[in-house]
Design a protein around this ligand. Structure first.
Ligand code: HEM
Length: 177
C-alpha cells in the first residue's frame, strides 16, 4: 500500500489548514485584542466553534486511521530519525487534543459559552487570563508550532534530499504500487 486512504488525505490537509488558521486567529488576532473589546467576544465565538470542529475531525481521522490500511512508516536510513518521525505523528494527536481540551476547559472555566453564544455580557470576564488551563492553551500552542516546523523540515528532507517521493503518499491516486 503506497498511499493513505483518500479520506485520510482530505482530513490531513483540511486539519492542517484549520490548525494554521486557528493558531493565527488565536495567537496573532485574539491574543492582541484587549479583553474588554466587544470584537473579542465575536472573534472568540468563531475561534471556539472552529477549534471544536478540529476536535471532531481529529477523532474522525484517528478512527479512520485505525480502520484503514496505510503505508509502512517512512524510513530515512537512520533509526533515531525514524523513531523521531513516529513520535512526531503521535505528538500531533496529543498536542491537538491538548489544544482542544484546554480551550474547552478555559471556555468552561471562565463561563464563556453563555457570553459568547448567548450574549449575556459584552466583554470577556477578567478571570480568563488567570486560569491555568488558559496558560496551558498558550504553552501547547507554542509546542504545536515547534512540531509543525519539525514536520515541515522532515517532509522537505524526504522530498528533496532523500528524493523518496514521500509527499505522494499523502495525496490522491492509485493506492497500490
Ligand atoms: C486545535 C485547536 C485550537 C487551536 C490551534 C487554538 C489556538 C489558540 C491560540 C494560539 C490562542 C492564543 C494563545 C496565547 O497566545 O496564549 C488561543 C486562545 C484561546 N482559545 Fe484556542 N485554539 C484551539 C481550540 C480552542 C477551543 C476548542 C476553544 C474553546 C472551545 C478555544 C478557546 C480559546 C480561548 C478562550 C482563548 C483565550 C483568548 C484570550 O484570552 O485572548 N480554543 N487559541
Amino acid at each position: 500500500m503506497q498511499r493513505y486512504h483518500p479520506f485520510l488525505v482530505v482530513l490531513h490537509w483540511l486539519i492542517a489548514l484549520m490548525i494554521l488558521v486557528a493558531l493565527a486567529a488565536g495567537g496573532v488576532v485574539l491574543a492582541n485584542m484587549p479583553p474588554d473589546s466587544p470584537d473579542k467576544v465575536k472573534g472568540l465565538g468563531g475561534h471556539m466553534v472552529f477549534g471544536m470542529a478540529i476536535g471532531v475531525l481529529l477523532i474522525l481521522r484517528l478512527v479512520t486511521r485505525t480502520r484503514s490500511t496505510h503505508p509502512p512508516h517512512a524510513t530515512t536510513g537512520t533509526p533515531l530519525l525514524d523513531r523521531l518521525g513516529r513520535w512526531t505523528h503521535w505528538g500531533f494527536y496529543v498536542l491537538i487534543a491538548g489544544m482542544v481540551a484546554t480551550g474547552l476547559a478555559s471556555a468552561l472555566g471562565a463561563g464563556l459559552f453563555p457570553i459568547v453564544y448567548g450574549g449575556t455580557a459584552e466583554t470577556l470576564p477578567p478571570e480568563l487570563s488567570d486560569l491555568r488551563q488558559r496558560a496551558a492553551h498558550g504553552v501547547i500552542a507554542s509546542l504545536l508550532v515547534a512540531l509543525i516546523a519539525l514536520h515541515v523540515v522532515a517532509a522537505v528532507y524526504h522530498q528533496f534530499i532523500l528524493k523518496d517521493g514521500l509527499l505522494r503518499r499523502m495525496w490522491f491516486g492509485r493506492r497500490s504500487a
